[in-house]
Design a binder for this molecule. Sequence first.
Ligand SMILES: [Mn+2]
Length: 367
Amino acid sequence: MRIKDKVDNGYMYRMKSKVFRLVQTTLLGVTQVRAAWQFPHTLNYYSTAQKPLGGPSGDDDVDISYGSQFHGLTTYANIPYVNCFSDEAAEGSSKYDIAILGAPFDTVDDSKKTCTNRLKGENALKSWANVVDCGDVPLTFLDNNYALAQLTKGHKVVSGRKAANQSYSVTPRIITLGGDHTTTLPALRSVHKHWGKVSVIHFDSHLDTWDPQVLTALTTGLIRNSSIHAGIRGQLASAKGDIRNDERCGFAYLTARDLDRFGVSGIVSRIRDRVTEPVYISVDIDVLDPAFAPGTPEPGGWSTRELLAILDGLTGLEVVGADVVEVAPAYDTRGETTTLAAAEVVWSFLELMIATPVKSLADRASS
Ligand SMILES: [Mn+2]
């Protein structure tokens, strides 16, 4: 036991938490990761080197090789940064199972910073999976078509590497941090290449299927017609036409106010009944009410807690890819309300992915 632990008021909580986790592990036979909201929850900081204040005379005993969880480069949840785009850097001991990937592509907002270095969680992750932060795909801001080609190649390269723990899957999964919702398309392309067709679980205040001439062309063959939107409340351009287009794109929908009728468990069961696996989850942060994610003027949305509870309810589904998009720091609050919500959504994605490893087409071909 280290001095730090003896003086730490949270020590007993952490011990109880460890016992509980052991029970979970034994019961379920797999490594479980605690939800961040569960109480008491552990602070899985990487660094244990911080010492009580006061004491040292001179700086011989002062250790600055580890510091605190707040030092160093900012990555998601302080997980290691790997240059996933470099063959040399992403092989050997830097292999990964889940990659956090920034897609700083935004044709609407005035900020290009909707990417990984804005999303910093507080809990690190310890499980079977090696999770790394790849930083942002280098995208030009001068040419949208070229930028999308760069993003597509980024997904191809990052998803194309051999995973770290190949007994679970040889194919790593990607969590993309947008960027606007366009960034979902390159992600779906790479997911389709490695896992085949997916159902999309799409959390948004908008249908985003207004122009099927464009959208069906883009998504034909990538997604199944067992997809679903949830949290919808945005205006329709044409009441009948929009819904008809949406059905043609393979979607059913749950409105924001369906949550009041059915409750969290009702929303969860309707999503689970609708989709066939594997699934891709896309969260437009404007599914949340502007009170929780200011930036998109669509009142009447869900709270952060409600969204997180619904995501938790999806545990067990085969999630092969996920994204959170439309986070615009320029419209966030001083308290970074939106950023914190997005970081927590990503944490939920990690928990879903870790709870349910998924075999890819490459796994099946080799078995
Ligand atoms: Mn939206």
